[in-house]
Structures are given as C-alpha cells and as structure tokens.
Write a protein that binds this ligand. Structure first.
Ligand code: ADP
Length: 256
C-alpha cells in the first residue's frame, strides 16, 4: 500500500485528503515462492547423489581399500550416481534454455512421420532392456506441423520413454499419429501399465513432481521430463492431454 497525502487547494473544511494506492502482489509472491522452491528442489536433487558419491569415495579410501569386489560394486554405483547428476543438469539446462526462448514461436516445417520413427528407433535398446515393444501406427502420407525438430524429438522421446518405464507391465506401447482435413494433428502415446491415480494427473507437468507410488519412484528419472514437454508444447501452441485409468494404463496426447 502506498499512502500519498493530497493537498486540495479548495478543500474548504474537508481537512487533509489521502490517496491510497493498492497493488496486488500475490502473483509476484507466488512466482517468487516457485523460484525458491525450484532452487531448493534442484539443490536437494543434486545433493543426494553427491553425498552418496562422497560416502563411496571415503569407503574406497578407507575400509574397502584392499577389497577388489567392493571396488567393482562401488564404482558401478558411483557411475550410476554421476549419470543421474548429468541427466539432472541436462534437464535443468534444457528448462532454462526453453525459458529464454519462451516467446519465440518456432517456424520450421516438420514431418512427424519420419520423426516418430526416428524416436522409436533411438529407444529400441531401452525398450528391449525393459521388455517392452513400441508399435507405431502412422499414415502413409507426410504429416507436417510447424515447429522445431529437435524440441519435438525431445517431447516424443520423453513420452515414449515414460510409457516404456512406467507402463512396463503392459509390455506394449502404441503410438498413433492422427491427421485428417480440418482437424488438429494428434500424436497419442498409449501404455498398458498400472496407470496414474487421478489426483496426480493435473500435477504431472510440475517441475520435480513424481508420483509417489513406490514402484514409480524406483524408476530412474528427474521429475523434469514432463515439465520440459509442457514448455516445448507451449512454444509450439500445442497441448498435452493426459488420460489414465488405474489398472489399465495411460494415454498422453499431443494436440497441435
Ligand atoms: P521422470 O523423470 O520422473 O520420469 P516426468 O516429468 O517425465 O519425470 O514424469 C513425472 C512423473 O509422472 C513420473 O515420475 C511418473 O511418476 C509419472 N508418469 C509419467 N508418465 C507415466 C506413465 N506413462 N505411466 C505412469 N506414470 C507416469
């Protein structure tokens, strides 16, 4: 609140008048809170693997110094932890780069048919490791959208990778590309896994949000993937629509 006394020349016997100016800063406060939550979350996520690395280094220097079996096991855990940190830093960098160009709409023509095949091929090793098959259902004709090829690759990599990781029990992931005259282009990634309880669905694209079902938590991830997807789609004037049924699976649709 700002209070400014006003002098009125001909105020007669009204006395002194005051002008009260109110400015609603709740949105600013909310953004500020979000920013500090984000920094706290990012620091926490980095501190955990760092503390673990330090613990293993100390053990290797001390009690396990001359135990070759422990060396092998600890080094492999340390490699996993550093991979996790690299993934987190890559995701954080992606998010900040996207924030910088949030107001610039991408302008290239991108054919989604070869793009989706490329993403599927790049995920075959992971899918095989998890015992999942990714089936593409694509039209025979090109389906073009306006966008940034690398960013769209990132979107579909995230969605297909999540479908493989979290929908693993279903052993099958289906990807549909629908395009018809005068209708929006849609890509839907369907898994047949355990699904997501409805109370979590609206929060999936929040940074660091992970569904706290024990099984889902045990999968490797940073909790930033869908936040990145949302940022990219906003730049592309596209939407992410999530439907899920517990026990049946989930559908993530990108509507351009
Ligand atoms: P993460 O790095 O944890 O995979 P994401 O932002 O990509 O982060 O996803 C956020 C959370 O949403 C995941 O941790 C998981 O709990 C849930 N999730 C995402 N995709 C699926 C899916 N296809 N089936 C079930 N849960 C999912």
């Amino acid at each position: 609140v700002r209070i400014a006394p006003i002098e009125l020349k001909r105020s007669g016997n009204l006395g002194q008048l005051y002008l009260l100016c109110f400015r609603d800063i709740s949105e600013l406060r909310r953004l500020d809170q979000m920013r500090s939550d984000f920094v706290a979350n990012a620091s926490h996520e980095l501190r955990t693997p760092l503390a673990s690395l330090r613990g293993f280094i100390e053990t290797l220097q001390g009690p396990a110094k001359s135990d070759p079996k422990a060396h092998e096991r600890f080094l492999s855990i340390m490699l996993d932890q550093s991979t996790r940190m690299s993934r987190l830093v890559d995701d954080l960098l992606s998010l900040s780069r996207l924030e910088l160009k949030a107001n610039v709409a991408p302008e290239c023509k991108v054919d989604l048919v070869p793009l989706l095949s490329h993403v599927r091929d790049s995920l075959v090793p992971l899918a095989e490791e998890l015992g999942v098959e990714i089936n593409l259902h694509l039209p025979d004709v090109p389906v073009e959208v306006t966008g940034d090829r690398d960013e769209l690759v990132q979107v579909f990599e995230n969605l297909m990778e999540n479908a493989c990781k979290y929908g693993q029990e279903g052993e099958r992931v289906d990807v549909y590309l629908k395009a018809a005259e005068a209708r929006p282009v849609e890509v839907t990634v369907v898994d047949h896994g355990p699904g997501i309880p409805s109370e979590h669905v609206p929060r999936l694209t929040e940074r660091f949000y992970r569904v706290s079902v024990a099984d889902s938590r045990s999968k490797k991830g940073t909790g930033l993937g869908l936040a990145i997807v949302k940022h990219i789609l906003t730049r592309h004037r596209a939407r992410l629509i999530v439907t899920s049924e517990v026990g049946k699976g989930s559908q993530f649709t990108v509507r351009f």
